[in-house]
Write a protein that binds this ligand. Structure first.
Ligand code: GDP
Ligand code: CO
Length: 398
């Protein structure tokens, strides 16, 4: 892969937020070009060896809820062979058992591909046991099962990846129509993570475009409504502390992202569709230097956050309606609004945005989504000892 180096960065406490990076060539060539070791280069070549090294240690978590099997199969075909797919499904089991259909498709696929995999149902007692045995009750509901929601499935996936000794976790949605885009995301994860010298790093993908049909013509939109609004307020928050206006943050809602495991275990998480925006808030709260950090070793090592622009267009399952969009805006701005690092004047602007957009009522406040404490609090030894999830490398609840 050949990547443009980030043009500039913003520092916030221990966090370094890197400017968006463009992919020059998806494949960077077999030979390493000596010229790239010059301090004056603007393009970086990342060797195949380095990409494969990271992919061998990376789990790709795929959240699924009632998606078409053919889409999920396409996604699997785009995941590099050495990555471990962890399919975390919250699909219906009744009246038709969609989860069983997914299981059998994934099993057949991975048998042919001779590939290890993990599949678990979000609401299975076997998965819940990991959190009971590991003394992390936060993710469990009154029935003792993992809460519903996309973020909750993602958290369960991180815990499984840690139990399996993975060093990196990436996330790719299961409703993607282009296996080539999936492949590019996974490669961008390893290319992005390879740039960091800190054990704590994150990569977030900004889609090059999201094709839509407008007046029966293809139109390549860049930002959706939700991203535009989320990024605007995240940048205002950053500007408040740095004292200069910025447009650096472009990935406030990036579903496609990857983390080094040490960072994935230290962040706090927020429920449902607010999880991606909350990554930034958790980074600012815990490592921004505004509030005391519970992890001084991270303050020393620093955190790298890379944003990368993919070359493939992103085409996923048809838009899920205006209510879904409004909910996403409310949740994304809600986590900014309710953070102790959010200044009063920004709170006022957020209220105005939500009220004038008729997303919340007059005099109402945005919701404050449920929070989950860092997954480092889970006792992995206890969770791993008492469950048989690791048999054959698969975790398939009966
Ligand atoms: P959008 O792309 O942001 O509009 O959201 P989607 O509805 O496409 O959801 C993103 C991904 O999360 C898709 O792969 C869904 O199948 C999956 N997903 C949605 N809700 C849940 C859930 O409750 N649990 C799990 N495990 N996955 C979910
Ligand atoms: Co989608």
């Amino acid at each position: 892969m050949r990547l443009e180096l980030p043009a500039n960065t913003e520092r916030f406490g221990a966090n370094t937020f890197h400017h968006i990076q463009k992919v020059f060539e998806l494949d960077g060539g077999y030979e390493l070009d000596e010229e790239f070791s010059s301090p004056f280069h603007v393009i970086e070549q990342i060797s195949r060896g380095r990409l494969f090294e990271i992919e061998r240690d990376m789990a790709i978590i795929i959240p699924v809820k009632n998606e078409r099997l053919r889409l999920l199969e396409g996604v699997l075909s785009g995941i590099p062979h050495d990555c471990l797919p962890i399919i975390l499904s919250n699909s219906k089991r009744d009246p038709v058992d969609r989860f069983r259909m997914e299981q059998s498709m994934v099993d057949t696929f991975c048998r042919y591909a001779k590939k290890r995999y993990v599949i678990a149902h979000q609401r299975s007692p076997e998965l819940a046991r990991v959190f009971q045995d590991g003394s992390y009750p936060h993710l469990l509901d009154q029935e003792g099962l993992v809460h519903n929601g996309k973020a909750e499935g993602m958290l369960a996936g991180i815990a499984l990846a840690q139990l399996l000794g993975k060093k990196y976790v990436g996330f790719i949605d299961s409703d993607n129509y282009f296996p080539g885009a999936v492949f590019e995301y996974a490669r961008l994860f390893s290319a992005g993570l390879s740039q960091s010298r800190s054990p704590y790093s994150m990569v977030r993908i900004q889609w090059q475009s999201k094709p839509k049909i407008v007046d029966s013509e293809l139109f390549f939109a860049k930002f959706g409504r939700v991203s535009r609004i989320t990024n605007q307020y995240l940048n205002l928050l950053l500007s408040h502390y740095t004292g200069s206006e910025t447009e650096l943050l472009r990935t406030g809602n990036a579903g496609e992202h990857a983390l080094s495991m040490p960072l994935a275990l230290l962040l706090d998480y927020s429920a449902g569709f607010s999880i991606e925006t909350y990554h930034f808030i958790s980074l600012l709260e815990k490592f921004g230097g505004v509030m005391p950090s519970p992890f001084p070793e991270v303050m020393k090592a620093g955190i790298d956050l890379y944003q990368m622009e993919s070359r493939n267009p992103h085409l996923h399952d048809a838009d899920k309606g205006d209510d879904h969009i409004k909910e996403m805006i409310e949740y994304s701005l809600g986590v900014i609004y309710h953070s102790p690092v959010c200044p009063e004047n920004l709170k006022k602007e957020i209220l105005q945005e939500l009220q004038s957009g008729k997303i919340i009522g007059k005099n109402a406040e945005p919701v404050s989504p449920r929070k989950y404490p860092a997954l480092v609090n889970l006792d992995y030894e206890a969770a791993g000892r008492s469950t048989d999830w690791q048999r054959h490398g698969n975790f398939i609840p009966a």
